[in-house]
Design a protein. Structure first.
Length: 162
């Protein structure tokens, strides 16, 4: 099978994935092994994702490794080559049976952005009093109140909802 790694992002970007084992080792695509992360090894960890047309939907092949649950991140490459400073655009787990994704075992990475200034969506996690979600920002806060306004959804872990 092919295209087991799937990530949604803005069209026309260079997107790649990196696979991690359950013990935090990273998959080296050149040597077909999991190893401890090394910054100089980053080019060997990259699994290129290909956009389907101009859909903003990117796919790539999961490596042939032993059965297990693996963490996968997708990043937008900002420069000529992969860099530690590239923006994470998706993350998730893949439940792998050794040759294919287990039914219901993931594959699609949850889309998100973290870097303010480069992102079209921002996620902020705070310990304040309120939370809100609008077209460009998601803020999740431990707090005591929640309120819904036109065009905005507020999410709160707290006692009172308005």
């Amino acid at each position: 099978m092919a295209g087991e790694i799937q990530s949604q992002h803005v069209t026309g970007k260079t997107i790649y994935a990196i696979v991690y084992s359950s013990v935090g080792e990273v998959y080296d695509t050149t040597n077909d092994i999991f190893e401890v992360w090394s910054d100089v090894g980053l080019p060997d960890y990259v699994i290129s994702l290909v956009e389907l047309g101009s859909s903003g939907f990117y796919t790539g092949d999961f490596p042939l490794v032993n059965a297990g649950v693996y963490s996968v991140i997708s990043k937008e490459q900002l420069g000529v080559s992969a860099s530690n400073s590239d923006i994470i655009v998706g993350a998730g787990d893949i439940n792998w049976n050794g040759t294919d994704v287990v039914s219901g075992g993931g594959g699609s990475l949850q889309e998100f952005e973290i870097n303010v200034g480069h992102s079209e969506r921002n996620i902020n996690v705070n310990d304040g009093l309120s939370s809100s979600l609008d077209a460009k920002n998601i803020s999740i806060t431990k707090g005591n109140e929640s309120q819904t306004e036109s065009g905005r959804i507020n999410i709160t872990k707290g006692v009172e909802k308005i």
